[in-house]
Design a protein around this ligand. Structure first.
Ligand code: SF4
Length: 414
């Protein structure tokens, strides 16, 4: 399908959709819903959430069977400095708060990556603030002193180090990127990521959580997703639930992701992430995303994106009941670390692998570790990875494209 509207401008949806039973029937037959059909889900109340969850789970089963994956990872917060301000963020720091640790040094990065590899991890997730050198002279000086003009140049350097000096695979998640920046990272990253968060314009209006975050404008983020598609980079994206967007906004965000994937085939997974209020932020008094609303969104994501999509819910953000999302059509738990905390949600520890496995199996599924690139992007194709990277990735995978050794790698460990 071709995207026929400018990015950031969703095609106008009608005011209502066809009857719910028609839509559920189509979904159960395994067909992804169109935008107009998805509108039938807007009015689904708590009494009928289970119905759309069942349709989503049935759609998932048709393509993914009973396999649920996770990515054993370490989280590398290369810098907490950021030029933007989002109303819910506790990750960002200014230079005073960061003290002498403006950026992790190459030695610190390699130490974490090697320690993760020793524990059986395969993904080095680089998450960092957006272009801090554009706001802070201290960041510019730190980078210039080491021969880099930008944070993204430095990121490229440390990704290369990790790829060449460890058995880990980098997955860069640095925010918005230009074409040349994605192209520079590509030889060292089998996949990259950036949350779309939402296409809602209300979120960056006055008083919204993105008012002071130019990088969160939907048009800019959709452009990064488009560039990744043009460059054939397997890409992770997702939406954030409960930051002031409406159900209709979520449907439009998912449709925008679906359109880009239909055009380029590069959206390897979609994260459905629930907002959690954090003290000392502008949104500290906001309620956390409600479970029923989150279930609705997870199911709708599956129904819109179709049976082949990889849909993820982070288990650490719903610690008390994350297994319920298995019944709403997900097939992945995302990155889980035995070593490092979730620096974006430091209050939310990862579940131990033994617990994650027990809960997944109790629900009737098999838990398998995956690489930061999904099997369909390298197993029977050389379209997405440069030769050297394809060789390294293939050497780490079993015959089905999952991490060699499977869960045995973690036997005897939490
Ligand atoms: S969420 Fe990301 S872009 Fe927004 S302030 Fe935090 S680090 Fe910066």
């Amino acid at each position: 399908m071709t995207v026929s509207v400018p990015f950031g401008e969703a095609p106008r949806l009608p005011d209502s959709g066809p009857p719910l039973h028609e839509v559920i029937g189509k979904a159960k037959a395994g067909s992804a819903l169109s935008g107009a059909e998805a509108l039938a889900l807007l009015a689904v109340g708590p009494d009928a959430t289970h119905e759309i969850c069942a349709a989503a789970a049935s759609m998932r089963d048709q393509a993914k069977g009973k396999t649920i994956t996770f990515s054993p990872k370490v989280f590398i917060p290369l810098t907490h400095l950021c030029r933007d301000f989002c109303g819910y963020c506790t990750f960002r720091k200014d230079p005073k708060q960061a003290g002498k640790d403006l950026f992790m040094t190459p030695e610190q990065v390699l130490d974490v990556a090697k320690a993760g590899a020793a524990l059986g991890c395969t993904e080095a997730l680089f998450t960092l603030g957006e272009r801090p050198e554009q706001r802070y002279p201290e960041a510019r000086e730190w980078l210039e002193h080491r021969g880099f003009r930008t944070t993204l140049e430095y990121l490229t350097h440390v990704c290369q180090l990790v790829l060449e000096e460890t058995s880990m695979l980098p997955h860069a998640n640095p925010g918005t990127m230009a074409r040349r920046e994605i192209a520079a990272l590509q030889p060292f990253n089998p996949s990259m990521g950036m949350m779309l968060e939402s296409t809602s314009e209300a979120l960056y209006a006055k008083g919204g959580p993105h008012e002071f975050a130019p990088s969160k404008r939907p048009r800019v983020r959709l452009r990064t997703l488009e560039l990744a598609g043009e460059l054939r980079v397997p890409f992770t994206t997702g939406i954030l639930i409960g930051i002031g967007e409406s159900r209709r906004d979520r449907i439009e965000s998912l449709l925008a992701i679906g359109r880009l994937n239909a055009q380029f085939g590069h959206v390897q997974e979609v994260i459905i992430q629930n907002f959690r209020a954090k003290p000392d932020t502008a949104m500290g008094d906001f309620p956390d995303a409600e479970t029923d609303e989150f279930l609705w969104t997870v199911a709708v994501a599956r129904l819109i994106l179709g049976p082949g999509a990889n849909i993820q819910v982070p288990p650490n953000l719903s610690a008390e009941n994350y297994q319920i999302y298995l019944d709403a059509g997900i097939n992945d738990w995302g990155g889980v670390s035995p070593l490092t905390i979730d620096f974006v949600n430091p209050e939310a520890p990862w579940p131990a692998l033994t617990e994650l496995r027990a809960k997944t199996e109790a629900a009737g599924f098999q838990l398998r570790p995956r690489l930061p690139i999904y099997p369909e992007y390298f197993l029977d194709t050389t379209e997405f990875l440069p030769d050297a990277l394809h060789q390294k990735v293939s050497a780490m995978a079993d015959s089905e494209g999952y991490v060699q050794g499977g869960m045995q790698r973690y036997a005897g460990r939490n």
